[in-house]
Design a protein. Structure first.
Length: 212
């Protein structure tokens, strides 16, 4: 948690209730320990999508479809979402069907890097990246190819619960590679002349970047 937990609890208490289908999926996710976006990211996405009104959205990391359905409720955009974990794909498809969003949301199966290579250049005006954290830096060249000029890139979980700034000797060995690559990703997006980028310390840390 990046922000004081008391503030987070208070902010959560102000949130409007979600739709019935999102509430159902959220409860199932918590029960089955499936990671979904935090409430702070939900609010942030709703506001940004309302401002941007994208026509084509690309999501990296479907999980069980929670964030894709949330985005579909915020705008009329066509949403393409990519998932590689076979056990979650049928659950996501079922949730899209329950939500009545199967026509609006297209789920592509496979490794995000390989799938992105098959997609047309500069097709998307909004990209939401919430997949394998250690791969963000590797995904970035393809993300830049796919993002329209003026398009928005939102990336979740970039501050790793604040552990990103800890010495590598403090964090668990298995997390060291993720943290190293995430720091490289943040350095890259902040200094890429093609992007205007802000790192926002809410939730687990968000990158918001606009392609010039």
């Amino acid at each position: 948690m990046i922000t004081d937990e008391r503030f987070v609890t208070y902010i959560h208490s102000l949130e409007k209730p979600n739709s019935e289908i999102l509430t159902e999926i959220e409860q199932a996710a918590h029960k089955d320990l499936v990671p979904i976006i935090r409430k702070e990211m939900e609010s942030f996405l709703r506001v940004i999508l309302t401002i941007k009104h994208p026509k084509e959205i690309l999501e990296l990391g479907t999980a069980i479809g929670y964030s894709a359905i949330l985005m579909s409720e915020c705008c009329d955009a066509k949403i393409t979402t990519i998932e590689n974990y076979e056990k979650r794909i049928p659950i996501a498809r079922e949730n899209f069907e329950k939500a009545g969003k199967s026509d609006q949301i297209e789920l592509l199966e496979g490794d995000a890097m390989e799938v992105m290579k098959t997609l047309p250049k500069e097709k998307y005006d909004f990209i939401f990246m919430d997949a394998a954290k250690a791969q963000y830096i590797n995904y970035l060249p393809e993300v830049m190819r796919l993002l329209n000029p003026g398009g928005v890139l939102i990336t979740d979980n970039v501050l790793q619960d604040g552990d990103l700034i800890q010495s590598k000797f403090v964090v668990r060995r298995r997390d060291r590679t993720i943290h190293k690559r995430m720091r490289e990703f943040l350095e890259t997006v902040k200094h890429d002349e093609r992007l205007e980028t802000s790192i926002i310390p809410i939730g687990d840390g968000i990158v918001m970047a606009v392609k010039k």
